[in-house]
Ligand binder design. Structure first.
Ligand code: GCB
Length: 601
C-alpha cells in the first residue's frame, strides 16, 4: 500500500473523505512529544491550525514564524463501520519535510520529502464507529543530505534556525489535503498509459497493476460524450483509437479511462481518470508535441500566497491559470518542487505543458549567497551518498505520481546544481543512468544550468536531453546602464552553443529583474517597472536571434516570499505579477509579445 499514489476517487467501491479543516497543532522545541505520550493521548497544549496550510504566516511573533524543529498535528477522525472489510488508509498530499504518522497511539509510517504524497495503511489500527486519534509529527529542519538542501543552525539563545541554500521561504506544515480512504482489498494499485501515433490512429499502451493477481481487468476509453471508443482486456494491452482527438498545446482534449476489476463475474473495484492522447519528443533542436514543434512561453512559478504560505489553494491556482492564459502562455516549470496534483489536472484541462521539477535545489554552496555563500563544491561533500538515495526516491515518486498527465512534457532532475566542478560528474552519471527507465513515456530529462555553469564551465552538458538555462545578466551582473554588456555576454555564450555540435533545444527557464510595483522612473533605474520591461526586451532580442532557443520562461509568474536578507525586500520581486496577482507594467509588454510570436501550436 505504501507505494500506492493513485489520485483518490469516490465511487461505489472507493471511499474518499478529505480531512481538511482545523487540526490540533503544537510546537515541540524540546522534542518531548513522544516521551509525553502525544501519539496516544493527543497534544498537551494544542492550538488550532488550518489544514492545508503552512503554519508560518499565521503567527504574529517571530520565534513562531521562524520555528524550526519538530511540530505536531492531531485530529480525531470518526470512521463508519460501513467501511469495514476494506483497506483503510490516510493519504497526505505533502508534509514538510519529514513526517511520522500515528493512529491510536501506534506508529504507522515515516516519510521524508515535503512535496510528494504518501499513504499510510491504518487498517490494523482503525476502530470503527468511533473516533480515532490521528497524530502526525513533522520536522522542517534543512540538511545538506536532504531535499531541498540547506543547514539548520542553533542560535546563541538556543533557537534553531533554518538556513536554506535556496531562494524561497521554508514554509512548513501540512501544505496539501489529507484524505481518509477506504479501498477494496482486491483493487487497482496503479496504471500507466503511453500513446504512439501511426497515421490517423492512436495506440494507447496501457498497463494496470492490482493488489491481487487473480482478478480480471477490463479497460475502456470514453470520449467526452461518454462513447466507448476502445476496450482492452487484461493487465496490459493496446487501446486503438481511430481518428483520435489529440491532446494539443492550449487545445486539450481528455478521454476518460475506466478500469474495472472483476472476480468470479463480480465487479470488485473501479477506477477512472482523464487522460490525453499525445506524443512528446526532442528531435534535433526542436521540442515536438504530436510531431509539431512547440515554443514554450510561460513561467517559473511557486506555490506561494499570503496567509497560508505554500498551501495548495484552489482559488490562487485558478487565478494563476487565468493570468497565464491572459498572458498567452502555454507552459510552466514547477520550480522548485512537484506541485499539488490539482495543478497538473488544471494543466491537463487547459493544455499547458509542464516541466516537472523535483526539489533538488540548493545543490550549490555558492547559491547560499543569500546567506553569505560557502566556497566549496557541493558534490565534494560527504553528504552526497545519503542525499543521492533521497534524490532518487523523490524522482521515482514524482514520476510515479505524474506519469499519466498529458501536460507533463519533461522531468527537471535538479535546479542549478554545481556542475562546474568535476566532482559533479559521477553523481550525474549515476542519476541519469538510474532514472532512465522510470518513465514509461520516456519523456526528456533535464536540469537547469545556473549562471556560473556555462557552455565553457559546466562538466555536465552531456546529460540533459534539452537545456534549461537560468541567466541573469542585467540583474546579478552587468546591471543598469551596463545591461548592453550583459546582452553582449549572453550572445557570446549563445554563439558558443550555436557553433558547437550539440544540436539540442535550449529553453530559458529563468531571467528577470526584481521590480517594486508602482516604482516608476524615466529614464529607468533598477527596481523600476520600466527597467523590468527593458530587461525583458533585451532578452527577447536575444531569443529571437537563435533558432535553437525553443522557449522563454521568465522568473517568476508572481512575487513570492523568501528568507529575509539584504538581497530581498520582503521576498523576491521578479514577478510579472505582484504576490496578490495583479500585473506590473511588464506583464502588458510580455502579453503583447506572446500573442504575436509562435502562435501556431
Ligand atoms: C535562481 C534560482 C531561483 C531564484 C532566482 C533569483 O537562479 O533558481 O530560485 O529565486 O535565481 O531571483 O535569484
Amino acid at each position: 500500500m505504501e507505494k500506492e499514489l493513485l489520485y483518490p476517487v469516490m465511487n461505489q467501491y472507493r471511499f474518499d473523505q478529505k480531512l481538511d479543516g482545523l487540526w490540533d497543532f503544537q510546537f515541540d522545541e524540546a522534542a518531548q512529544g513522544d516521551a509525553q505520550g502525544w501519539p496516544e493521548n493527543g497534544l498537551s497544549a494544542a492550538i488550532q491550525m488550518p489544514v492545508p496550510a503552512s503554519f508560518n504566516d499565521f503567527f504574529t511573533d517571530k520565534a513562531s514564524r521562524e520555528y524550526t524543529g519538530d511540530f505536531w498535528y492531531a485530529k480525531r477522525v470518526f470512521v463508519l463501520s460501513t467501511l469495514k472489510g476494506r483497506t483503510i488508509a490516510l493519504r497526505f498530499g505533502a508534509a514538510t519535510h519529514r513526517a511520522v504518522v500515528y493512529v491510536n497511539g501506534q506508529e504507522i509510517r515515516r516519510h521524508e520529502g515535503g512535496f510528494l504524497p504518501f499513504t499510510a495503511d491504518i487498517t490494523a489500527e482503525v476502530k470503527f464507529d468511533q473516533e480515532n486519534l490521528v497524530v502526525v509529527k513533522l520536522n522542517n529542519e534543512l540538511h545538506r543530505d536532504a531535499l531541498p538542501a540547506g543547514d539548520t543552525t542553533v542560535l546563541k539563545n538556543g533557537k534553531k534556525m533554518a538556513k536554506p541554500f535556496f531562494d524561497f521561504y521554508n514554509y512548513s506544515g501540512l501544505n496539501r489535503s489529507v484524505h481518509l480512504l477506504a479501498l477494496p482489498q482486491d483493487r487497482v494499485t496503479d496504471y500507466t498509459v503511453t500513446t504512439s501515433l501511426v497515421g490517423q490512429t492512436a495506440h494507447v499502451a496501457y498497463r494496470v497493476t492490482t493488489s491481487q493477481a487473480t482478478a480480471q481487468v477490463t479497460v475502456t476509453l470514453q470520449d467526452v460524450d461518454g462513447t466507448v471508443v476502445a476496450t482492452g482486456h487484461g493487465r496490459q494491452g493496446d487501446l486503438v483509437v481511430d481518428q483520435p482527438h489529440l491532446w494539443n498545446v492550449r487545445a486539450a482534449y481528455l478521454y476518460t479511462l475506466h478500469i474495472q476489476l472483476t472476480t468470479a463475474d463480480q465487479v470488485v473495484d473501479e477506477y477512472h481518470d482523464q487522460i490525453g492522447l499525445r506524443t512528446v519528443k526532442i528531435e534535433g533542436h526542436q521540442i515536438l508535441v504530436n510531431g509539431k514543434p512547440v515554443y514554450l512561453k510561460g513561467f517559473g512559478r511557486h506555490e506561494d500566497s499570503i496567509y497560508a504560505g505554500r498551501a495548495f489553494d484552489l482559488n490562487v491556482e485558478k487565478r494563476d491559470f487565468e493570468l497565464m492564459k491572459w498572458m498567452g502562455a502555454n507552459s510552466f516549470r514547477t520550480s522548485h518542487y512537484p506541485y499539488d496534483e490539482e495543478v497538473y489536472r488544471f494543466a491537463d484541462r487547459e493544455g499547458f505543458l509542464i516541466i516537472d521539477e523535483v526539489p533538488a535545489v540548493g545543490f550549490k554552496m555558492a547559491a547560499a549567497s543569500f546567506l553569505g555563500g560557502l566556497d566549496q563544491s557541493f558534490f565534494d561533500g560527504d553528504w552526497t551518498t545519503a542525499l543521492y538515495q533521497k534524490h532518487l526516491d523523490q524522482i521515482t515518486d514524482m514520476i510515479h505520481r505524474d506519469k499519466n498527465h498529458p501536460s507533463v512534457l519533461a522531468w527537471s532532475l535538479l535546479n542549478e546544481p554545481d556542475t562546474s566542478s568535476k566532482s559533479a560528474v559521477p553523481y550525474f552519471e549515476k542519476l541519469f543512468h538510474d532514472t532512465k527507465d522510470l518513465d514509461p513515456d520516456q519523456r526528456p530529462r533535464t536540469f537547469t544550468l545556473n549562471e556560473d555553469d556555462t557552455f565553457e564551465t559546466s562538466y555536465c552538458k552531456q546529460f540533459p536531453d534539452f537545456y534549461l538555462l537560468n541567466r541573469y545578466p542585467g540583474w546579478y551582473h552587468k546591471w543598469g546602464y551596463e545591461i548592453s554588456d550583459g546582452e553582449a555576454g549572453l550572445r557570446a555564450e549563445l554563439d558558443q552553443w550555436q557553433a558547437s555540435d550539440i544540436d539540442k533545444p535550449v529553453v530559458f527557464s529563468e531571467f528577470g529583474a526584481d521590480t517594486e510595483p508602482g516604482l516608476h522612473k524615466l529614464p529607468s533605474v533598477m527596481w523600476s517597472e520600466e527597467y523590468q520591461i527593458e530587461l525583458l526586451q533585451m532578452f527577447d532580442r536575444v531569443f529571437d536571434s537563435y533558432d535553437f532557443i525553443r522557449g522563454e520562461q521568465p522568473w517568476n509568474l508572481a512575487d513570492f516570499q523568501t528568507v529575509e536578507g539584504n538581497m530581498r525586500v520582503n521576498g523576491n520581486k521578479k514577478g510579472l505579477f505582484t504576490r496578490d496577482r495583479q500585473p506590473k507594467a511588464a506583464a502588458f509588454y510580455l502579453r503583447q509579445r506572446w500573442h504575436q510570436i509562435h502562435n501556431d501550436f
